[in-house]
Design a protein around this ligand. Structure first.
Ligand code: FMN
Length: 151
């Protein structure tokens, strides 16, 4: 016997929102048709990652996460990629609401409509702070070991 469950298609956006909220990655959408390319959607993981609430985030350009630490080459790479409607993947120093530094591995993808116009930019954020700190520690210990063994 066929078992068919009819589902309300209106539930799909709700189901997708729940899936995105349970992701470990921050997921954001920015609207290039609005002044300053502000964030118009951020999932729960983005709130957990940054410590900022929906009210802090929506309507603002994501650059606020850089705080005063704006002179990062990756920032210019992002600006260039956005200007050219290209995908970009970089790691940036960002700051949570309480001021804590974290390393944000960020991918930005332009989303096009059928006429090849950019309708949104999709941002995916991933906190790689532990990895960066572990790499730095390995480097420090390797240097120490080399210095000791070359004596
Ligand atoms: C969808 C989207 C998400 C972004 N997420 C971040 C982010 O998490 N952290 C960050 O530092 N910049 C993020 N940016 C980049 C900044 O918004 C901005 O484009 C970048 O700082 C370069 O522009 P500017 O030199 O005018 O600041 C994001 C951009 C877009 C379009």
């Amino acid at each position: 016997m066929a078992f068919i469950v009819e589902k309300d298609s209106g539930l799909i956006p709700q189901v997708l929102a729940a899936i995105l909220d349970e992701c470990v990655n921050g997921v954001t959408l920015a609207d290039p048709d609005l002044e300053g390319v502000p964030i118009i959607y951020a999932n729960k993981a983005f709130e957990r990652l940054t410590g900022y609430t929906q009210a802090d985030i929506i309507g603002h350009n994501c650059r606020f996460l850089q705080g005063d630490d704006r002179e990062q080459p990756e920032r210019y790479q992002i600006a260039e990629a956005i200007k050219n409607h290209e995908t970009i993947e970089v790691t940036l120093r960002n700051y949570k609401k309480d001021g804590t530094l974290f390393y944000n591995h960020l991918k930005i993808v332009p989303l096009f409509d059928k006429k090849q116009r950019v309708i949104y930019y999709l941002g995916v954020q991933y906190d790689i702070t532990k990895q960066v700190n572990a790499d730095n520690q390995i480097q420090t210990l390797t240097n120490l070991l080399n210095a000791v063994s070359s004596k």
